[in-house]
Design a binder for this molecule. Sequence first.
Ligand code: MCN
Length: 786
Amino acid sequence: MTTRLFGEPVQRREDPRLLTGQGRYLDDLGPEALAAAFVRSPHAHARVRDVDVGPALDVEGLVAIYTWEDLPERVGRPLPLLIPHPALTHGRTAHPLARDVVRHVGEPVVMVVAADRYAAEDACALIEVDYEVLKPVVGLEEAVQGAALVHEDVPGNVGAHLVQEVAGAGGRGAREAVETAPHTLAFRLDIERSASMPLEGRGVYARWDGRDLRVYSSTQTSTSVRMAVAAALGLPLPQVEVIAPDVGGGFGVKIVHPWPEEILVPWAAMTLGREVKWAEDRREHFVSSAHERAQVQYVRVGFDDDGRVLGLDVTILHDHGAYTPYGIIVPIVTSTQLLGPYKIGAYRVEFSSVYTNTVQVTPYRGAGRPQGVFCMERTMDKIARYLGRDRAEVRAANFIGPGEFPYDQGMTFQDGRPLVYDSGDYPEMLRLLKELIGWDSFERAPGRGIGIGCYVEGTGVGPYEGGHVQITSDGRVHVSTGLTSQGQGHETVFAQIAATELGVPIERVSVVTGDTRRFGYAVGTFASRAAVVSGNAIALACRKVREKALRIAADALEADPADLEITEGVVHVAGAPNAAVPLSTVAVLANPLRYAFDEETAKATQFAGAAAPDRPPVAEGEEPGLEGRDYYSPIRSTFAAGMHAAIVETDPDTAEIRVLRYAVVHDCGRLINPMIVEGQIHGGVAQGIGGALYERMVYDPHGQLVNASFMDFLMPYATEVPRVETAHLETPSPLNPLGIKGAGEAGVIPVSAVIASAVEDAEGFPIDRMPLSPSDLYHLRTAPRP
Ligand code: MCN
């Protein structure tokens, strides 16, 4: 057995429990709890004139009905705007229940609490809300004309406007560089709205015992929910616990905090003195959670005869939906990370973040990057096509060289930190990808095309995460970190890190995430940050515990700590395996209060011998127990990268698009667990194929989401996703002790661009929109072309 587990394809330890139905998801909890349900707006834009709850009062099992007017001032306030930005001049968030105006179909208006969900839904159906219907704003280009307004005080529906510019040589601006370049192209790209569809929807369950509030939420960020709930309900933080139980997927949507329900359900539990639970249904997820993507991009590019980009000028309209709880993080990620692995002359990007009467937009896996990559990669293909050059060659002509790291892209991120790429080797990555997919030997045939797409992704953002590690007298290692897990395999990888750092078998390590009782300070799981930020924090905490273990063992063995090693959970003198003490014994020695409750303690007490009468039981500067806590706070993001290629086939009659092969080369620095990273990439690619070919939110001109069910919102099955062929390149990050970069969003980011590239290759005309259904392709085939 080895204890060097970092880098090994260890089987996911959580899977047997989850796959055999032992998982405990939100709706498995609180079977006796009262059920909450919501009356949600059927209109995209309307004034709430009156709510008549009378007809619902006779429903058997009804416990309470609440409108905005019933909420105390603290609870009824607009939800927080989590990430403000100076460019977001008109940030707007919703009230937990509509106060006077509803701004999208699905906005909560009334909360009902009843004995069970049936009774709660029956009561909802009988409540009569009198709406004065207002003109809805739907569609980006219509919205900016400002004929109707989502928020009366936001002219032109523009919540934020930002221009960012990186000048080229001699301070030349991008517009000038485009104008004066030997060749220029201009085009428009359309990326439709989509959304994350975790198998388990959102949900909250709350218990109040008269002093403490315990909240379970299917969330990506339990510590932030805790702070939000404490603030809204006026409770001191230590009286609120928030626990994320098993979470059946999040993909970004469960990072919004607090959701209205996360405030209202705990408040109702406190007010009624009863347990209350709400579990979202699928329709609610469609119309009242959050969406993403949804951009129109206007691109102008100037380049030379070799395809080198001299100037790039991009204007983006970003559809923000009705509210901006997450600020403008999505369009900022698009604009700042659009350049990918390329070094281009001069860059100007301008975006307007636009309100529409649709579901709000917050980060969804990839968070603005798929849109940016679509733009950059379409640009590369268009340049290659115009010059009659190989598409991979044009990309290579623009790459940042392997000797140019750290490389400052010139952009500044949301938090004011510069975007500096830490490491990478893009030419080598391209070489590996071409080999993997057989780029140079691809045989052309009618209706078959090959496509390519590259990206760079800032991962592992701060501000911090922490890890706590405790070794108990049975030799077991208990690891906890505050961020949450939604299926990424954290129980396995964090155990791998701890087992490697401490020299213990992985079977002895257990991991807890997302429970504020175990770890109170944390940020959350998003932006592919858990491996980098929590992973390094856990490693640092382990190193503290290891040092302490060596100090105590050195004392017991009368050796120098520098001569000690830990193997298989036993501390021993290097080269002298008999001079040894197990970590279980060290754990007992670490606590001078040694009642012999068990055999280990009795043995260890004997081992320690008599107390040294001239020393205090706990030495100065030492703490009892074999445990340690540390935090890791990254100075800036670490930049993972990847390149994907696909071979597609398009049907000449039905215009159906089939993905025949899909290849990925990926670099997330040092791999903790290659099998888990591959799983993350495969899942991401499947999600990306959905975004490229099937998934779209279709709003009609009245602001009704017309495909709000799995009957009409298509997702790929296993039959639509080919085997994903994956190769890894490891360029360790110099920024963190473990040399890792993130991997959780990588798979999804370039897929739309890659499929567009391949379909364009197969069909011979430009593909400037995503997703691309057979009917879209059919219409493009038959459309008149200049
Ligand atoms: N990993 C590794 N070696 C590396 C980097 C990562 O072994 N060098 C492992 C990590 O330890 C972790 C996994 O790969 O087990 C993903 O790591 P990371 O990139 O840190 O991403 P996070 O754990 O922070 O997960 C968040 C990311 C995001 S942002 C979305 S959205 C997403 C995703 O993860 N949502 C998911 N993957 C998901 N997977 C599932 N099953 N469900 C979701 O909701």
